[in-house]
Design a protein around this ligand. Sequence first.
Ligand SMILES: Nc1ncnc2c1ncn2[C@@H]1O[C@H](COP(=O)(O)OP(=O)(O)O)[C@@H](O)[C@H]1O
Ligand SMILES: [Mg+2]
Length: 389
Amino acid sequence: MNTPEIRRSEEDSSRAQSMLFRGKGRSGLQYGDWQQLFPEIIGRSTTMLKSLETVAKIAHSESAVLISGESGTGKELIASAIHRLSSRSARPFVAINCSAIPENLLESELFGHEKGAFTGADRRRMGRFDAASGGTLFLDEIGDMPLALQAKLLRVLQEKKFTPLGGNETRDADVRIVAATNLDLERAVKGGTFRLDLFYRLNVLPVILPSLRERAEDIPELLEHFLDLANRMHGYDAPSTLGPESMHALCSFGWPGNVRQLQNMIERLVVLKGGGEITREDLPAEFTHAAPACVIPTVVANAAVPLAVRPAEAPKTVIPSNFGELPREGLDMLRYIEDLENSLILQALERTGQNKNQAAKLLGLNRTTLVERIKKRGLAPLNEPAREL
Ligand SMILES: Nc1ncnc2c1ncn2[C@@H]1O[C@H](COP(=O)(O)OP(=O)(O)O)[C@@H](O)[C@H]1O
Ligand SMILES: [Mg+2]
């Protein structure tokens, strides 16, 4: 039956395809195209766009998807985007977290059970395979699934049939599987905690989500997005804003908990501040005592404005935490090295209270070389000449 919802989802999916494959099968998507395809996903860094391009290409397929990424990188968000762009989008998207459900209940949660199937099963219960019928079943934290259940799941995926616990009749497993993991499943296979055959069965279409450290240029946009959300949710008289120094500290942080940690931190700051400018003093210690900043200013010709002075207005470049590693997409090496030098010079000046002699010592340079670079690259703060001591 071709209901309006199903027609709409088919349109969404085919729009994704035609956007991607127009022009001799090469993507060449513009910013507006990404907005249309993924309006809920913030971040248009090269690394993120690579992942989104994969997502758009595979969404329409019926094959299994395995999304890998650290906790908080948006695996569930991406799984639901895959469902939304698939031809199954008018049917349910059902998620199950394999690590949150006790081992003895996980099987019945997945496949359902008949009355009396086990002690406490006082009535028949539908499982997630049934609930997701015709749609997508999202198996989150699949790496935590017990080995015995991995074997059962593999059989179900191969035969496309399952039997509820305590039942005799098999039922059709009409689901598209999207699994996610924050573990290295290949390593889990080597360690004997994950079945190789199930890994192959799930990893037909891999999607790898970058950590926030690998796409630090997306941090300012994410901060603004979640600040806006928190302001709207909490509605204080004056909206909360991020002052230049707090913006700088947040942009320089490593965010081990990725987008989830950033989102929660912004909400916490907005609630604790209750409106107005969030300053550096409002930030928890880990932000203000952080390792050397990794977001640094691009020096604009004749504009002697270091990021530490007016960060919100200066365009930024980012030295990733995996510094020294050549990114897949390559980089502008000379610019990269210059940015690194500028960052070190600014830090040395800041640490020594703008004392050029001491800063030069910290950097292992002679004073003349340091002064030359400061002048050439406009690194001294406006109205605050570096002290000559
Ligand atoms: N790129 C993104 N844009 C907007 N919000 C995001 C993005 N990535 C993650 N989030 C948000 O961060 C939180 C954690 O994302 P989630 O998908 O649950 O991560 P994971 O499953 O990888 O742990 C969610 O609230 C999600 O909406
Ligand atoms: Mg998750």
